[in-house]
Design a protein around this ligand. Structure first.
Ligand code: PHE
Length: 340
């Protein structure tokens, strides 16, 4: 009678196990038949009603049934696990023949390369790199640089006005005034940045371009210091053979003032298409800081003197990388940029 019961339980459990399609179902079966409140455990609890002589035999039979069910459970579970793993592997298979997803790397802009090169040279000479605002007070852009409102020199720079007092800076020279006003002397700085002029776009002009300003203020500075500094700079930037030439010029905020030419690094000075046959290429404006400017920025011009210079970054980039149209610098065409 007990044997029949056990056989019925075993058959029922095994058919349920075989019919299960997921591991959760197997777990349910295990609980139902082998668990603490399961059917087999229930039978063992009924042992007290069986005669002591019969007990070992019945106990053995229950254990056999339990083992038989366990064995099928294990077998079916192993089969299921294998199928699940195979499906997963199938799903995650990597097709090595598919084309790779390439992420195009960008490229540093010639302006950036040129700016970093100029910065490297001046940092090497002990200069600090500073910045000033692109939207600037007329006061710093003109007044403090010795360019009063009614002066014709102000007309030379066609300016974008925000209102009567605020402009888009036309040069990086206002950073000179801002640096001097801070009052920390001696001062040795460069200031790269964007400037704006109301110019038409062509091969050499743009309403927005970049300059790098330079300023040194100290005791006993002379024009010789300016000349020496810029001569070293030109050799570093364009090659050790480069010569420099200072031509007298006029800027309101420097006195005396000069424009600086470098010997053509293409032909070495004999004259070529690059230097338009002259052997020289203009690269910057400079001069000794005007005493009025020093005084307006709170510096005693009897004790201190200074020199300043300013160059167009695009011009340097165009020269250095032999680019013949400035507009190429603003198109951000990777095919162009990747050449440098
Ligand atoms: N600010 C001048 C310009 O834009 C350049 C310059 C800077 C000249 C410093 C002298 C000294 O043309």
């Amino acid at each position: 009678m007990m044997q029949d019961k056990l056989q019925a339980i075993q058959a029922e459990a095994i058919s349920l196990i075989r019919a299960a399609e997921k591991p959760e179902r197997l777990h349910d079966v295990r609980v139902k038949y082998l668990g603490k409140k399961g059917e087999l455990t229930g039978l063992l609890k009924g042992m007290k009603d069986i005669s002591p002589a019969e007990r070992p035999k019945v106990g053995q039979m229950v254990n056999d049934t339990r083992e038989a069910i366990e064995a099928v459970l294990e077998e079916v579970k192993a089969g299921m696990d294998k199928k699940i793993l195979e499906a997963k592997l199938q799903e995650e298979v990597i097709d090595v023949t598919l084309p790779a997803q390439k992420k195009g790397l960008g490229h540093r802009h010639p302006n950036t390369i040129a700016r970093e090169e100029v910065e490297r040279i001046f940092i090497g000479m002990g200069y600090e790199v500073m910045e000033g605002p692109e939207i600037e007070y007329d006061l710093y852009c003109f007044e403090k640089l010795n360019i009063p409102a009614d002066h014709p020199a102000k007309d030379e720079q066609d300016t974008f006005y925000i209102n009567k007092e605020i402009v888009l800076r036309t040069h990086t020279s206002p950073v000179q005034a801002r640096a001097m006003e801070k009052g920390k002397l001696p001062l040795r700085m460069i200031a790269p940045g964007r400037v704006f002029r109301s110019d038409e776009v062509d091969a050499t002009h743009s309403p927005s371009f970049h300059q790098i300003e330079g300023l040194v203020v100290d005791k006993n500075l002379s024009f010789a210091d300016l000349k020496g500094t810029l001569a070293v700079f030109a050799k570093e930037l364009f090659g050790a053979e480069t010569k420099t030439k200072f031509r007298p010029h006029h800027f309101q905020f420097t006195e005396p003032s000069a424009e600086v030419d470098v010997s053509c690094f293409k032909c070495g000075g004999s004259g070529c298409r690059f230097c338009k046959g002259t052997g020289w290429i203009e690269i910057l404006g400079c001069g000794m800081v005007h005493p009025n400017v020093l005084e307006m920025c709170g510096i005693d011009s009897e004790v201190y003197s200074g020199f300043a210079f300013g160059m167009g970054l695009e011009r340097i980039a165009l020269l250095k990388y032999e680019i013949d149209d400035m507009r190429l610098l603003y198109e951000n065409d990777v095919r162009f940029l990747q050449q440098f």
